[in-house]
Design a binder for this molecule. Structure first.
Ligand SMILES: Cc1cc2nc3c(=O)[nH]c(=O)nc-3n(C[C@H](O)[C@H](O)[C@H](O)COP(=O)(O)OP(=O)(O)OC[C@H]3O[C@@H](n4cnc5c(N)ncnc54)[C@H](O)[C@@H]3O)c2cc1C
Length: 457
């Protein structure tokens, strides 16, 4: 069937106002935060699970590619409709359906913004910890699809630790329900967890049940300043080794600190080699004891200065810089690739040293910051695409960095996902058997390979 006829059938099926082939829409839905661009042929904006199922049934019958989309903050090309076809925009399904205080559970639609869910549950004294740095923009559906994490993963884990149940429309249009409100369930294979992190290649998430925890009573932030990057990385492992698990433990190298401080005044010293941003939380008594312990460890690892935030505003200023990292780097070069290597935590010093070596080898700046507490470094490869030699160097630097991450027992992506960008790197990390099993799973869920084709592996 011709695409214009498909668009007409979709409009008849789910409503004319939910389907668009207007050029301005097709352009708006052609990109995400990666460097890839490709226009879809049709954009649909479902409002219900039934709408999503109707779209998938038509797409499956006609073998048309469908690319799910939340807020498109994805940095790996996960939203790019590589084969054109349909982009399905999930942000309109944005209701929090229930906050169940007795079971400590929230149920929501996929278009709910992460920060909105956090704020609504906080009003009732609950905490939803997954905190990707784009939390004020990104959707819970996108978070499920990428298994997003953030600074608080060091203590509280990533999205998958909170997902108890899902409603998912399969590529065939069938509606699958997995899990539910129960905390324990070992009946059969865990389809919920298989779907978390599947990057919109196995099904479209239409409803999510997540676990909440009580909001910690107190929190305290500090900034530790180092003249040596290795000392700062060693301090990260010493803190954990001393049985303190901070709620956030972030590391910034000198280049990042300078670029961020030039962009937003966060009080970051610009002559230090590295900064550690640390938050501890818990009961008031716990926080008081732990912050002193962490301060002493940081000092014993060579910190030249340790600043404790004395007010929520001072703490906010320290974290505002870290949150603005990507924007600050984007003001420095037109293209910023936030690489995402994650290594066992005690290998972080080697990983950080390697990034510095790579920067020296190619004579480029690689500002690096990230979730040091979970071994997740984000070396940012910045370049100007108007200079082809910069692109070539960037590609070589990326290869060097990931080879080292794998050699250290790490992964090519700790939180951003594979998308298009990391596809070629998958065999570096995964043996052929693993890749074959993943391909077989995809085949079972999506026999016609219509859902987000060309992503992942
Ligand atoms: C400044 C910045 C900071 C970031 N910081 C972090 C961070 O700290 N941690 C982190 O993990 N990530 C981070 N990210 C990446 C991004 O925010 C996350 O991957 C986020 O989970 C994507 O959510 P989204 O709503 O934007 O989804 P999208 O980008 O729209 O989609 C992401 C993927 O999920 C699929 N998808 C979307 N919705 C659905 C659905 N309902 N069902 C099935 N598949 C779906 C898409 O096809 C795509 O493959 C950052 C990005 C930016 C720009």
């Amino acid at each position: 069937m011709k695409l214009e006829n498909v668009a007409r059938e979709l409009a008849d099926s789910i409503g004319r106002n939910k389907v668009s082939t207007a050029t301005e829409d097709l352009i708006c839905y052609s990109y995400d935060v990666s460097t890839y661009i490709k226009r879809p042929d049709i954009v649909v904006k479902p409002e219900t699970t039934e709408d999503v199922a109707a779209v998938m049934k038509i797409a499956n019958r006609e073998k048309i590619a469908v690319t799910p989309r939340g807020s498109a903050t994805n940095n790996c090309g996960g939203n790019i409709p590589l084969q054109g076809g349909i982009v399905i925009d999930m942000v309109g399904m944005n209701k929090i359906l229930e906050i169940d205080k007795e079971n400590l559970i929230a149920v929501c639609q996929p278009g709910v913004i992460n920060g909105h869910l956090k704020a609504e549950v906080a009003k009732l004294g609950f905490f939803y910890p997954p905190d990707p740095q784009a939390m004020d923009m990104c959707t819970i559906g996108g978070n499920i699809a990428t298994d997003a994490g953030g600074p608080q993963a060091v203590k509280y884990g990533v999205t998958r630790s909170y997902v108890l149940g899902l409603e998912v429309v399969l590529p065939t249009g069938e509606v699958l329900r997995t899990g539910g409100k129960m905390i324990k369930d070992v009946s059969g294979y865990n389809l919920t967890q298989l779907l978390v992190g599947s990057e919109g290649t196995l099904g479209i998430v239409t409803e999510i049940t997540v676990r909440l925890i009580p909001m910690p009573e107190a929190r305290r932030t500090m900034l530790a300043v180092y003249d040596d990057l290795t000392d700062a990385s060693v301090a990260v492992t010493r803190i954990l080794d001393n049985k303190v698990v901070p709620s956030m433990l972030e590391l910034l190298d000198k280049t990042s600190a300078v670029l961020i401080q030039n962009y937003i005044d966060s009080g970051y010293p610009t002559d230090a080699e590295a900064l550690l941003l640390i938050e501890v939380d818990g009961s008031k008594a716990e926080v008081d004891t732990q912050i002193i312990k962490v301060r002493d460890i940081c000092s014993s690892c060579g910190a030249r200065e340790v600043r404790l935030a004395n007010t929520p505003e001072e703490a906010e200023a320290i974290w505002a810089g870290r949150k603005s990292g990507f924007a600050a780097l984007s003001a420095y070069k037109p293209v910023v690739l936030p690489e995402d290597c994650t290594v066992p935590r005690n290998k972080l010093p080697q990983m950080m040293r390697k990034v510095q070596e790579v920067a020296q080898k190619y004579d480029i700046l690689i500002p690096t910051f990230g979730h040091a507490g979970d071994g997740n470094a984000h070396p940012h490869i910045c370049y100007d695409p108007r200079h082809p030699e910069e692109i070539e160097i960037a590609e070589k630097a990326i290869q060097d960095i990931y080879k080292e991450a794998i050699a250290l027992g790490g992964t090519i992506t700790g939180e951003h996902g594979v998308g298009i960008v990391k596809k070629e790197l998958m065999p570096l990390q995964h043996p052929e058997l693993n890749l074959r099993l993943m391909a077989a799973i995809k085949q079972i869920f999506d026999p016609n390979n219509i859902l987000n084709p060309g992503k992942g592996f």
